[in-house]
Ligand binder design. Sequence first.
Ligand SMILES: NC(=O)C1=CN([C@@H]2O[C@H](COP(=O)(O)OP(=O)(O)OC[C@H]3O[C@@H](n4cnc5c(N)ncnc54)[C@H](OP(=O)(O)O)[C@@H]3O)[C@@H](O)[C@H]2O)C=CC1
Ligand SMILES: CC1=C(/C=C/C(C)=C/C=C/C(C)=C/C=O)C(C)(C)CCC1
Length: 317
Amino acid sequence: MERHGQKVVLITGCSSGIGLRIAVMLAEDEKQRYHVIATMRDLKRKDNLVKAAGDLYSKTLFVAELDVCSDESVKQCINSIKDRHIDILISNAGIGLVGPVESIPMDEMNNVFETNFYGSVRLIKEVMPDMKNRRAGRIIVISSVMGLQGVAFNEVYAASKFALEGFCEGLAAQLLSFNVTLSMLEPGPVHTEFELKMIQGMKEKEWPSVDPDTVNYFRNFYLPGAVDIFEILGQTPDHIAKRTMSVIEASNPHFHNLTNPLYSPILALKYADETGCLSVQAFYCMLFTLRPLMNVGMPVLKYLTFGFMRKWRISPN
Ligand SMILES: NC(=O)C1=CN([C@@H]2O[C@H](COP(=O)(O)OP(=O)(O)OC[C@H]3O[C@@H](n4cnc5c(N)ncnc54)[C@H](OP(=O)(O)O)[C@@H]3O)[C@@H](O)[C@H]2O)C=CC1
Ligand SMILES: CC1=C(/C=C/C(C)=C/C=C/C(C)=C/C=O)C(C)(C)CCC1
């Protein structure tokens, strides 16, 4: 187990998607600068990762069990690492939740917060004191554009990522005095199992306790819109992994790291108008009246964004 001179990186949620790709990309580093501890809550799901790592498995990439929802599992995993020494922590594990709010049981909402918000907090709390002591370390949190901008029918997921953004914004300032950097990655749509669960899994679902208008808006407006957004803006896990690598390698990493410039016009609406009316109205129009235009492509979305800004007499700068 070669570790000498290598940076120890711990990543959560590596059984699939973004976590898997980040783990493999770091393990493949030509200069072998990273000792990657790729964790997952269920080791029975490690086959895809092991296959993707190939010869690097047990050389630069190691697999360990870690469930971000369990104090015991987090402690056990961190205690199993030599001197508990982690140079780079990548908090990636997360789950989505889509659908009309009135149909979602409170325990499902709790589970999203327990995983996306408390899962990252639990991990950071366990690793940060050692980083502070050593006056060195890097923490990267995979947030989402939905941590900066709410999206209809994703209210609870967005709330969990907003919570994470708020928590980390405070912490990032505190950590600077300990020479520890904290950076958020805010991807837009990425083609992973997450997409399948958030879109495909929703198509056949019944909503017996929800009024027919809301079901109609969800099925016939939101879902086709989300399909378009994934088609037009969707990135690959490889793209997110490359961006993560550049944050790791930056001498002064940024706090926010939006991975998808095509999503920027949507976010610009929010920052252009402090009353919030512009983005709420624009989202309303994009969802209910203008969605068919979106599959003409992103230039249309950009045009619409600036159109709204002109209408509201707001300058883009
Ligand atoms: N895909 C997208 O469009 C976007 C995703 N993101 C964020 O990216 C991150 C990764 O998602 P992505 O790769 O797309 O989706 P995947 O569903 O492919 O991966 C999610 C990973 O998180 C793991 N996970 C879930 N719960 C736990 C837990 N309690 N403990 C440890 N691991 C857990 C899953 O493990 P298991 O296999 O056991 O379920 C899986 O490995 C998430 O935080 C997500 O919110 C952000 C923006 C866009
Ligand atoms: C932008 C936009 C929409 C959908 C956005 C989606 C679906 C974004 C998904 C982001 C993801 C998956 C982030 C993960 O963390 C709507 C509602 C169709 C209305 C028109 C504008």
